[in-house]
Design a binder for this molecule. Structure first.
Ligand code: E4P
Length: 215
């Protein structure tokens, strides 16, 4: 299972990278704005900075919502670094753009996926990654993890190679549940990854070992 961090915050990306468990980064326009990164040039420079910190794939989202615009933007993004994955919205022109990029061997991530039908289309278009937003589904009392299971079954039925990237992960249990279901990747905040570490018996056991060592 790959671990991506879902942020544009360079300190958090660095911290996850230094732990040695990071496989990539996902960003989106909201996460960029949260860090105060605005304007084409600043955004491009920020993607370059992220790529310098991590070894793995970095999703960079297009802003255009028409096919030509997405292709134009995506080509600029893909040229920045081989680590860049062109992130496209799950709309008809996004599917067309996904097919265009997959034909050219450029990595893609279909984002804002909320149904198994959308996931099937993303796979048919040859997406590298496809991102169902489980937290946002949970927010509206819909079973986000159930959607991951449904997509896993469909992809396995046909051997689709598109990777299920569980997105909108909000907490540690989401990561564990996605791992049990067999999501290929999860993207979440650093706090959710850090949560995997925590167990009171680890802390109690370590404190006792240190006390006993001093005896
Ligand atoms: C995925 O790539 C998105 O950036 C992200 O996971 C959205 O999560 P949110 O619902 O917490 O905004």
């Amino acid at each position: 299972m790959k671990f991506f961090i879902d942020t544009a915050n360079l300190d958090q990306i660095r911290e996850a990278q230094e732990m040695g468990v990071l496989d990539g980064v996902t960003t989106n326009p909201s996460l960029m704005a949260k860090e105060g990164i605005t304007g084409h040039e600043n955004i491009i420079n920020h993607y370059k900075a992220i790529c310098e910190i991590v070894d793995g794939d970095v999703s960079a989202e297009v802003i255009a919502t028409d096919y030509e615009g997405m292709v134009k933007e995506g080509e600029v993004l893909a040229k920045l670094n081989p680590q860049i994955v062109v992130k496209l919205p799950m709309i008809k022109d996004g599917v067309k753009a996904c097919k265009y990029f997959s034909n050219k061997g450029i990595k893609t991530n279909m984002t804002l996926v909320f149904s198994a039908g959308q996931a099937l289309l993303a796979a048919k278009a040859g997406a590298t990654y496809m991102s169902p937003f489980i937290g946002r589904l949970d927010d509206i009392s819909t079973d986000g993890l159930g959607l991951i299971s449904e997509i896993r079954l469909i992809y396995d039925n046909y051997g689709f190679e598109t990777q299920i990237l569980a997105a909108s992960v909000r907490h540690t249990m989401h990561i564990m549940d996605c791992a049990k279901i067999g999501a290929d990747v999860m993207t979440g905040p650093l706090s959710a990854i850090d949560g995997l570490l925590k167990h009171p018996l680890t802390d109690i056991g370590l404190a006792k070992f240190l006390v006993d060592f001093k005896k």
